[in-house]
Design a protein around this ligand. Structure first.
Ligand code: CDP
Length: 230
């Protein structure tokens, strides 16, 4: 069976990562979370005092961007991907609201995107991957064989993020999360470089009213159609 690249893009908190992870596990592909890379860079800036008030010290970040080491490992128990920043497990820390509030600004910086996109393309060289993000089908892998653009209403997405944070024992405020979701949508869609937009050849998936099982069946169907033909 031929190996392909699956690009899953869409709005924040619409369950892309969960969906992409489950799909990769089902079809035996590797999963890469491109958002985790931007989150790791954001955390790096927060930890290394590269943020002063609302401003990012871009010069200092540019000087060290190539040395920021971001790697993924699979948790042997849960089989989930864990993000490491310079050798340290930061999987929990990068999901905090503090990082979420800051990450879109980091992801809008040209040289940060350039560096991350190059690294992402390396990860896809051998194909057989599922990668999720904002610009995977448009910029990172414009020739990906299967592209899916996922969306859901802002309220549904905020509720999902709220449930995720409370389930892991973090404090959460629904309105604050909704505001963050809307703000990130705005920054992601209006930034100059690789704004979030549906690729012309991406399949649209609005999962506001779909169960995870219905969604998975639909994805597997699209995957089978592509890999079993010719
Ligand atoms: O999980 P969620 O969809 O909320 O976000 P994420 O995938 O973890 O990505 C965090 C942030 O990184 C997004 O809000 C985008 O600003 C940025 N991002 C991006 O610009 N390009 C990507 N390929 C992935 C994420």
């Amino acid at each position: 069976m031929r190996k392909i690249i699956i690009a899953i893009d869409g709005f924040s908190s619409c369950g892309k990562s969960t969906m992409a992870k489950a799909l990769a596990r089902n079809i035996g592909y590797l999963y890469f979370d491109s958002g985790a890379m931007y989150r790791a860079v954001a955390l790096f800036c927060m930890k290394n005092e590269l943020i002063k008030g609302d401003n990012i010290d871009k010069e200092a970040l540019l000087a060290c961007i190539k040395d920021i080491n971001i790697t993924f490992e699979v948790d042997p128990e849960t089989k989930n991907s864990i993000t490491f920043l310079n050798g340290k497990n930061v999987e929990h820390e990068i999901r905090s609201l503090e990082v979420s509030q800051f990450v879109s600004k980091i992801a809008a910086i040209d040289f940060v995107r350039e560096e991350m996109v190059n690294r992402q393309r390396e990860m896809g060289k051998a194909k057989g991957i599922v990668m999720d993000g904002r610009d995977i089908g448009t910029t990172v892998f414009p020739n990906a064989e299967l592209k899916v653009f996922v969306t859901a209403s802002a309220e549904v997405r905020a509720q999902r993020r709220y449930d995720e944070l409370t389930a892991r024992g973090d404090k959460a405020d629904f309105n604050e999360i909704l505001e963050n979701v809307l703000q990130r949508d705005h920054i992601d869609q209006t930034r100059e470089i690789s704004p979030l937009k549906r690729a012309d050849d991406a399949l649209l998936l609005d999962n506001s009213n779909l169960t995870r099982e219905e969604q998975m069946n639909w994805l597997i169907e699209q995957f089978n159609k592509l890999t079993q033909e010719c």
